[in-house]
Design a protein around this ligand. Structure first.
Ligand code: NI
Length: 267
């Protein structure tokens, strides 16, 4: 018997806040205003390798009623993605991406394959794969070699399987009318926002506006020592209705492309 969608998301939230202290602080900031935070989506990252790819990460969500929606492609970041939506509208969408490892240099692809070769048998079949943690040993030197080519590859190498970000549904906030006022509240409280492509990505005309914090650095246990590297971030999304009146539930690829920079140690 698998856990309910809500219980499953709770487990993901606990795992995420354990390495994203700012998310709990921001959550408290909203709670202090009497807000009940509703999640728009959660995002997960992985390598496109058999057993741990996008399909493997999606499996526990499909088993709990989420349904596949639009696929996306980010050519310059060598990523494929797809989002999943639950018929229960209060549940967040799930945005899963995977790195097309074969499009990287032979050296970077070989590094990823050395990590994947360390996977314990059956690892990708775990029902808790989206918060199963890092199943391989990796050195900081290896992290830096990946970082030089793909920030995404370096992040997955360092953190493994856990939620990359939760996203506040700004349209469900009662005391903050728009994304700009959310951003102002966060900046006044000392949080740094991701400036790539402008603090607010997207527009009402695109039916989706998004902003995000910059990922905080947390100490990671590498095989050659503990080093602080950017962990996860917190995202904020405001959706607008389509001409028919129903809210737009998809994603804007140009905005998502910029949001990936929220974990970039090089910026
Ligand atoms: Ni997102």
């Amino acid at each position: 018997m698998s856990s309910s969608p809500a219980a499953y998301l709770d487990a993901l939230w606990r795992d995420y806040t354990a390495i994203t202290p700012q998310a709990a602080r921001i959550h408290a900031l909203f709670a202090a205003r009497g807000e009940e935070v509703v999640n728009d989506h959660v995002a997960l990252r992985t390598f496109a390798r058999p057993g741990i790819d996008l399909a493997a990460l999606a499996r526990p969500f499909l088993a709990r009623g989420w349904q596949p929606r639009d696929p996306y492609r980010f050519d310059d970041k060598h990523l494929r993605a797809r989002y999943f939506q639950h018929p229960e509208p209060a549940l967040p969408k799930v945005f899963v991406s995977e790195l097309c490892v074969d499009e990287l240099s032979a050296e970077a692809a070989a590094i990823v394959d050395e990590l994947v070769a360390q996977l314990p048998p059956g690892f990708g079949d775990r029902d808790d794969l989206p918060c199963a943690g890092r199943p391989w040993s990796v050195t900081h030197a290896t992290y830096l070699r990946l970082l030089a080519e793909s920030e995404y590859a370096a992040w997955v190498a360092a953190f493994g399987f856990r939620v990359n970000h939760f996203t506040v549904d700004v349209g469900r906030l009662r005391t903050l009318p728009d994304l700009a006022s959310v951003n102002a509240l966060l900046e006044a409280a000392g949080f740094e926002l991701n400036p790539a492509g402008g603090v607010i990505k997207g527009s009402p005309a695109q039916l989706l506006e998004q902003s995000s914090t910059r990922a905080e650095a947390v100490e990671v246990e590498f095989a050659d020592g503990r080093v602080a590297v950017p962990s996860c971030y917190y995202e904020f999304a405001r959706r607008y209705p389509r001409p028919g009146g129903e809210l737009f539930h998809g994603f804007v690829p140009a905005s998502a492309d910029k949001l990936f920079h929220s974990t970039d140690a090089r910026r």
